[in-house]
Write a protein that binds this ligand. Structure first.
Ligand SMILES: [Zn+2]
Length: 456
């Protein structure tokens, strides 16, 4: 069965046919690194990781690019609040992001360009847009003139007027039309900035993705992905910039978007108290449990993330690992085992992960009846494409016990006692507490702001 994907551009499921049959190119918008990733940030990472695994199985060469946005007003604000140097903040949060996504079993993308390392490419692209009369400089800013690009709105399928009315678009004196968007803006002395033909300034967010995708994937590539909230204005603007600058008809052949994520029935917000960082979730759950809960709904559906779902995910994984543990060591033959055809068919049909998980559960039922290690091997081999069952079963159950016996509060308590012991210069006691935490599987990270921790 060939791979079929739902394309936001055509609003239908289409057979996947890459521009070059031997080389697949995919770009997914990455995080703005100013704080810990929340569970909503993790959804596209996990969804496109499943696609990356499938593509790598189908094609000789797959290049997956996911950027890091490390220049943004949110970063400037956070750095000021933390009294932290910007590069320190973005390095620290990028590292935390890598750790968290790694804990969710997401493979690293082929390339992960940082926006600040591609400023010359962005400036060059903006110059092209001005030369071709799609953009205009105005008092230190450069703006894209949306009215000049005839296909504007084709991805979001809305007229320019509707889009302007729907989005909270800033009306500003330097804009010829309210729908025009910023390619370049001036920087104050205390803000990060680069010299450009329009003065010292910094790029707008949209141009970053256009410049970085072109740098690594070319002017046209196969798949562009991200969350549904990025369709407008971010992706619409990316298409306009890229196509106008390169004189192409399309930027990407397939546009894929994952649905919204809510927590306990509401939009996640710090004030509602339902704001979940991946880091916090990892203190109580294994990464695989979180990943399973994210994949238990179809990626295009909105997902309401709840404790119940995490519990169900854990129970299913326990069942899977029990079967694998019971089947013993069959890993020697694993490279030659074929994945289950029903699981693969479900995944190839627009990544139907809930159906694929149901088929995995059927394999467990089969195994429990037959006790045939070949069935268990098939289970493990098929689960790879969902990025689960990658641990040794013993380790899975050991980690589960750890998370259940030592609560996050208990860990915090031990850390506080250790910090007090250090303050009192009772290093013997501090060392003993550190050892106790270490044995419980807690990794401590001491820094100037205090002690942070995570499960090993
Ligand atoms: Zn983007």
């Amino acid at each position: 069965m060939p791979l079929a994907l739902y394309n936001t551009l055509s609003k239908q499921k289409e057979p996947f046919e890459p521009l070059d049959p031997n080389y697949v190119r995919m770009y997914v918008c990455g995080p703005t690194v100013y704080d810990f990733a929340h569970i909503g940030n993790a959804r596209p990472v996990v969804v496109f990781d499943v696609l990356f695994r499938l593509l790598k199985n189908l094609y000789k060469r797959v290049v997956y690019v996911r950027n890091i946005t490390d220049v943004d007003d949110k970063i400037n604000t956070a750095a000021k609040e933390n009294k932290e140097n910007i590069r320190q903040l973005t390095d620290r949060t990028t590292e935390a992001y890598h750790d968290d996504m790694n804990a969710l079993n997401a493979l690293p993308p082929t390339r992960e360009p940082r926006a600040t390392e591609h400023i010359p490419q962005m400036i060059h692209m903006i110059e092209e847009l001005i030369k071709k009369d799609f953009a205009y400089p105005e008092t230190g800013h450069v703006l894209f003139e949306t009215g000049k690009y005839k296909n504007y709105g084709a991805l979001a399928r809305r007229s320019l007027d509707e889009m302007i009315a729907g989005a909270r678009i800033e009306v500003a004196l330097y804009k010829r039309n309210p729908g025009d968007f910023v390619l370049w803006k001036p920087s104050h002395e205390d803000e990060p900035g680069w010299d450009s033909p329009w003065g010292r300034g910094r790029p707008g967010w949209h141009i970053e993705c256009s410049a970085m995708s072109a740098a690594y994937l070319g002017e046209e590539f196969d798949i562009h992905g991200g969350g549904i909230d990025l369709v407008f204005p971010h992706h619409e603007n990316e298409v306009a910039q890229s196509c106008a600058a390169h004189g192409t008809e399309r930027m990407a052949k397939y546009w894929l978007h994952n649905g919204h994520l809510m927590v306990d029935g509401s939009k996640m917000s710090k004030s509602l108290g339902n704001f979940l960082t991946v880091r916090d979730l990892l203190s109580e759950h294994q990464g695989e449990t979180i990943r399973y809960a994210l994949l238990a709904s179809h990626y295009r559906q909105p997902l309401d993330f709840t404790k119940d779902q995490l519990m169900q995910a854990k129970q299913s994984l326990d069942k899977f690992y029990r079967a694998l543990g019971d089947a013993g060591n069959f890993s020697v033959d694993l490279p030659h085992v074929e994945p289950d055809s029903s699981v693969m068919e479900a995944l190839l049909d627009d990544m139907n992960t809930p159906l694929a998980l149901t088929h995995l559960q059927n394999l467990v039922t089969d195994y429990n009846k037959s006790k045939d290690p070949a069935v268990a091997a098939k289970l493990k081999k098929s689960a790879y494409f969902l990025g689960i069952l990658e641990q040794n079963p013993k380790n899975w159950f050991m980690q589960s016990v750890k998370k259940e016996t030592l609560s996050a509060e208990a860990v915090e308590g031990l850390i506080q006692r250790r910090n007090q012991a250090r303050k009192d210069r009772d290093f013997k006691a501090a060392d003993a507490l550190r050892l106790e935490l270490d044995e419980a599987g807690v990794l401590l990270e001491d820094s100037l702001e205090g002690t942070k921790w995570r499960w090993k």
